[in-house]
Design a protein around this ligand. Structure first.
Ligand code: NAP
Length: 313
């Protein structure tokens, strides 16, 4: 495949990590390209309200992502809409193979993030888009006045359950343990909401439905063994995330969960290749930590390029 272009810095992924890396890369004078397969913003596009981005008490996730993107663009970052298929190293040279062609990069930042895990229960795949959803902000308005179930006990589940109460008449919050994983303030707020009914110690067994869509959620109480069905027309699943890292497997070291293993300066095992944000092995996956990672990775990339005399300006 012919090399389309050469950039100092190629950033894979246009979420908060990648777009912050682009801001820092451009401010350091690097010719910078962001490759993104979907719309810029990443997972925050699916977040109704981000309430822990410093300086903004509450900001719509999509608007925050758009502001990151326009900031990077205003500084001269370039964007390519394509799927990254793999990375290739040839001696000291690095290549990004995309669905739109191959690009040579002085340095690469992997910021491809993660996406919603599937539960794997019967009916889940069949009714996805017809009652099963992984995005409250996208689908909540379809459930005005109806009863829905949210599955999960982390911050996403608890906060999106709360968001759904603006539309749904009732929200069952189904969690497999007796204690929520989400932080205290989010749990207190959700449990104080009279529209939310927690269903604890319960695991989903199947999404039930017919030609009209979802009609129920079959659950099992893990303490009593009792099985019941909740009559719901929507099931929102928020049971964690999986990294977008499969395309890296041949070159970059991943841990058992598939997260990119990073060292000092967010370096990977491949010189000149760095990782930032949710895709890497980290203990906190927030917008603010992703953005901070983006800044660190970009400055590491800049140092790597300067030290090896590869900056194009
Ligand atoms: P998470 O924290 O990993 O929580 C996943 C939840 O799903 C857990 O409660 C887990 O139960 C449950 N779960 C996992 N597999 C399951 C299965 N097969 N069946 C039933 N339940 C299952 O994921 P998240 O809520 O998406 O959050 C991801 C990261 O983003 C976290 O670090 C979180 O703090 C962060 N986040 C932060 C905010 C915020 O600060 N405002 C908002 C959203 C997300 P167990 O608890 O029993 O393991």
């Amino acid at each position: 495949m012919a090399i389309m272009e050469t950039y100092d810095l190629v950033i894979l992924g246009g979420g908060p990590a990648g777009l912050t890396a682009a801001v820092y890369g451009r401010r350091a004078g690097l010719r910078t390209l962001v490759v993104e397969r979907e719309s810029h913003g990443g997972q925050i596009n699916m977040t109704s309200s981000v309430e822990n981005w410093p300086g903004a008490k509450a900001v719509n996730g999509f608007e925050l992502g758009a502001s990151f993107s326009s900031h990077a663009e205003s500084l001269g970052a370039e964007f390519l809409s394509a799927q990254v298929e793999k990375l290739r190293a040839e001696g000291g040279r690095r290549f990004v193979v995309t669905s739109a062609g191959e690009i040579e990069a002085g340095a690469i930042i992997i910021a491809t993030g993660a996406s919603a895990s599937r539960l794997g229960v019967s009916g889940e795949a069949e009714f996805t888009g017809q009652g099963v959803s992984y995005c409250a902000v996208c689908d909540a308005p379809f459930y005005r006045g109806q009863t829905v179930a949210v599955i999960g006990g982390g911050n996403t589940a608890v906060e999106e359950a709360e968001y759904l109460t603006a539309f749904a008449a009732k929200v069952y919050l189904v969690h497999r343990r007796g204690e929520f994983r989400a932080n205290r303030s989010a749990v207190d707020k959700a449990l104080a909401n009279p529209k939310i009914e927690p269903v604890l110690h319960s695991v989903p067994l199947a999404v039930e439905g017919d030609s009209s869509g979802v009609t129920g959620l079959r659950i099992k109480n893990v303490q009593s063994g009792e099985e019941t069905s909740l009559a719901v027309s929507g099931v929102f699943i928020f049971v964690g995330t999986v990294p977008h890292s499969g395309f890296l497997r041949d070159l970059v070291t991943l841990d058992q969960g598939g997260w990119v293993v990073t060292g000092p300066g967010l370096s990977t095992n491949v010189p000149g290749v760095f990782a930032a944000g949710d895709v890497r092995d980290t203990d906190l996956r927030q917008v603010v930590t992703a953005a901070a990672d983006g800044a660190r990775a970009a400055m590491s990339a800049y140092r790597y390029l300067s030290d090896s005399g590869r900056v194009s300006h």
